[in-house]
Ligand binder design. Structure first.
Ligand SMILES: Cc1cc2nc3c(=O)[nH]c(=O)nc-3n(C[C@H](O)[C@H](O)[C@H](O)COP(=O)(O)OP(=O)(O)OC[C@H]3O[C@@H](n4cnc5c(N)ncnc54)[C@H](O)[C@@H]3O)c2cc1C
Length: 411
């Protein structure tokens, strides 16, 4: 097999790989993108049918291209996002090779990296891993397979029609779990939702969207998660034109809230005694952002309409006053469990010295300890915004500059 030589191989043609390609082209760096499926595959096939972006169209985009066909305050649908990136890939002439899976990357003494794929071998000076912040669905080993109960991960949820008829238990109440539970409740399903620790920002406050507030308050640019919040999920939604996620309101509409699922025995699932605390901490996070926003308005002398009603927290629903600590799946007629329990990463193909003792990418601002290896699109790569559409653009620019400078130094 002939070995092709190329300066930089980008692995993955999601938004991160495309942003990387655009910046490398600007820097004049010869490169190729290898994608095992199609451009932005995960936006096509790992999202449910009704999904809309979590941020409005003016925000959840690359700075160099606007969405067409929707207003800037609208929330792009899944299909809008896919066609946005298809258009972008064409506009920047991204050199994507679809259907090419990278099987391994190994260092070859002084001559760079050998990239082995299902169809070719390539020698590259640099390799950018842009394979996603959320790669492999995680389902905790809590409930064994029970024939009567359908268990799926949120990445495999498409729409209510796909589910067994009967009640649904959604485990995990970040953006995915909250939105899926809300959709199921809306079509008349009996829904139970296990709620862990979460942040719950207001969708809008004093006329501005929360993504705007995160920007002016400097929270998107934060370098590391606040202490103790490293694993706290964010419950936010652009559904229904964008509404604040309010678990109390879900309960008023008939949803039963539960604490964290902890164990399972003989058809009964048990929950921690943490529902009240999780909900109250979420409320505190919500109220704290309103306070910070008010201080900012005052400090900057802005004229934004006051919104005192936003600070009213609804009364505790019954399921919060006396939370259920166990649920008999048969008695509750649970026919489906949806695990909205997040993802892990898999860099098994990247056989280089770029990982710490726990197998986590070891890098500084995406630049790995192993010279010539880069990571892009990971959560908190350089800042809070790193895994989001707008944030990956900035990170890609810095990595492209690093690659171009490194190559000039080496030449
Ligand atoms: C449900 C959900 C909703 C989200 N909503 C938003 C939102 O509204 N706004 C926002 O800004 N962010 C959102 N995100 C976060 C983030 O924007 C997405 O996760 C996005 O898909 C990340 O893009 P990426 O390019 O970094 O990775 P991915 O989209 O995961 O792309 C990685 C690509 O790499 C390919 N690949 C993997 N391994 C290999 C290999 N070995 N060889 C070749 N190719 C490979 C995959 O096929 C894939 O196409 C959301 C995330 C999720 C899970």
């Amino acid at each position: 097999m002939q070995v092709k030589k190329i300066n930089t191989v980008i692995v993955g043609a999601g938004q991160a790989g495309l942003a990387m390609s655009a910046h490398l082209r600007t820097e004049g760096v010869d490169h190729i993108i290898l994608e095992k499926h199609r451009v932005v595959e995960r936006w096509r096939t790992a999202r449910w049918d009704s999904l809309v972006a979590n941020g409005p169209a003016w925000h959840d985009r690359f700075p160099v291209q606007e969405f067409t066909g929707i207003g800037s305050d609208d929330f792009a649908t899944r299909d809008d996002v896919v066609s946005y990136f298809e258009t972008f890939a064409e506009a920047v002439k991204a050199p994507v090779r679809c259907g090419v899976e990278v099987k391994s990357v190994t260092r070859q003494r002084d001559s760079g990296f050998l990239v082995e794929t299902n169809s070719a071998q390539i020698m590259a000076e640099n390799v950018v891993a842009a394979t996603g912040p959320f790669q492999k669905p995680v389902i905790p080993a809590l409930i064994p397979e029970v024939e009567r109960i359908q268990q799926i991960h949120s990445s495999n949820y498409r729409n209510p029609m796909q589910l067994n008829s009967g009640a649904v238990l959604v485990i995990g109440a970040g953006s995915s779990g909250a939105q899926i539970a809300d959709e199921l409740l809306g079509v008349g399903r009996r829904v139970y939702l296990a709620v862990g620790p979460h942040d719950r920002p207001p969708r809008r406050y004093r006329g501005m969207d929360f993504v705007w507030w995160l920007g002016v308050l400097g929270k998107w640019q934060m370098k590391t998660p606040p202490l103790g919040k490293e694993h706290v999920t964010i419950a936010v939604s652009g559904a229904h034109g964008g509404k604040t996620v309010d678990f109390r309101h879900f309960a008023e509409r008939g949803m039963t809230l539960l604490g964290m699922a902890t164990s399972y025995q003989n058809d009964v699932i048990y929950f921690a005694d943490d529902l009240r605390k999780n909900i109250q901490d979420g409320d505190a996070n919500y109220l704290a952002l309103l306070e910070e926003a008010d201080s900012y308005v005052e400090r900057e002398g802005l004229e934004l309409p006051e919104e005192p009603d936003a600070k009213i927290i609804r009364a505790d629903p019954a399921c919060l006053k006396q939370p259920l600590r166990q649920l008999d799946l048969t008695k509750a007629k649970i026919a489906t469990i949806i695990w909205a329990t997040g993802y892990t990463q898999d860099f098994g193909w990247l056989k280089v010295n770029a990982f710490d003792e726990f197998g986590r990418p070891h890098h500084q601002n995406g630049i790995a300890a192993e010279s010539g290896i880069y990571f892009l699109g990971l959560p908190w790569l350089t800042m809070r915004g790193s895994s989001f559409i707008w944030g990956v653009w900035e990170d890609a620019a810095a990595i492209a500059e690093h690659i171009a400078t490194r190559d000039n130094v080496q030449a």
